[in-house]
Design a binder for this molecule. Structure first.
Ligand SMILES: Cc1cc2nc3c(=O)[nH]c(=O)nc-3n(C[C@H](O)[C@H](O)[C@H](O)COP(=O)(O)O)c2cc1C
Length: 186
């Protein structure tokens, strides 16, 4: 198996991060891999924001949990049963701000690709990661402008999602792929 296939196989969703920060060199390499992503018509309707400010991450987590509780009670309860954190103590978050494409929704494909490039680059550097769709709840309440301002979103951009990055505190295992999800037609 080559290195790319090994990294794809090794990646898993980490929900227990250690305090140790990724280095600036690691973050530079990971964000560079992110913006190397393809996008429809090379529109690059994304902006990548790496956050390591502990106080800001804590403030965003509180707001995200508050909004989730008000807007999606069952997901909120699910998180409570898992330890009550939204960001699992991750010391670093990479946000992807996105601009709506035409046709609307097409930007979400680009978003998925850039997020996956990010986690695979992180895996290749020995870091743990998690795709965090719930990070969008940080922006779902009346502090939307406040957090967009803090994260310096470009004008007209909204939160797509975030990726959590760091070192695993306890080891996790990749999910078992289901071979019945593949067909070959010859
Ligand atoms: C678009 C997307 C959003 C996700 N959002 C969250 C999230 O907010 N919180 C979380 O704990 N896991 C989240 N996940 C992780 C999935 O639950 C996880 O990928 C899935 O259970 C498969 O496990 P694996 O990533 O370990 O293979 C998200 C995954 C994707 C692809």
């Amino acid at each position: 198996m080559n290195e790319t296939l090994k990294n794809i196989k090794a990646r898993y969703s980490c929900r227990d991060f250690a305090e140790q920060l990724p280095t600036n060199e690691q973050l530079a390499a990971i964000t560079q891999a992110a913006i190397q992503s393809p996008s429809g018509m090379n529109r690059q309707f994304w902006h990548v924001i790496a956050v390591t400010n502990k106080a800001l991450i804590a403030e965003m987590e509180k707001e995200g949990l508050d909004n989730l509780r008000k807007m999606d009670e069952s997901s909120y309860q699910h998180l409570q049963s898992r330890g009550g954190t939204l960001f699992y103590h991750a010391p670093c978050m990479v946000f992807f701000a996105v601009k709506t494409a035409q046709p609307a929704g097409a930007e979400l494909i680009d978003l998925g690709i850039i997020a996956q490039n990010t986690v695979l680059a992180a895996t290749s550097l020995g870091l743990a990661s998690l795709h965090c769709g719930f990070a969008a709840f940080v922006f779902a309440g009346n502090k939307n402008a406040h957090f967009k301002n803090k994260l310096k979103f470009p004008d007209g951009y909204e939160c797509g999602m975030a990726v959590l990055l760091g070192y695993e505190k306890s080891p996790g295992i990749p999910h078992e792929p289901d071979p019945s999800k593949i067909s070959f037609i010859q």
